[in-house]
Design a binder for this molecule. Structure first.
Ligand code: SF4
Length: 60
């Protein structure tokens, strides 16, 4: 699984609450810690579904 946080992120912080191992707010955008994606895939999907602006892209 690979994750991209798009520029449309509004920095709401929801993804970092759902999966703090992967998502972190840096300034006004989320960034992803790629090392932790493989062990938290379900939470990555939850974060992507929850993102209010669909800024989390998931690819296989
Ligand atoms: S949930 Fe979406 S909009 Fe909110 S910080 Fe995460 S990527 Fe950005």
């Amino acid at each position: 699984m690979n994750i991209t946080v798009l520029d449309t992120c509004v920095g709401c912080g929801a993804c970092a609450i759902i999966n703090p191992e992967v998502f972190e707010i840096n300034g006004d955008k989320a960034i992803a810690n790629y090392d932790k994606i493989s062990t938290t895939e379900d939470l990555c999907i939850d974060a992507a579904i929850t993102c209010p602006v669909n800024a989390i892209e998931i690819a296989d």
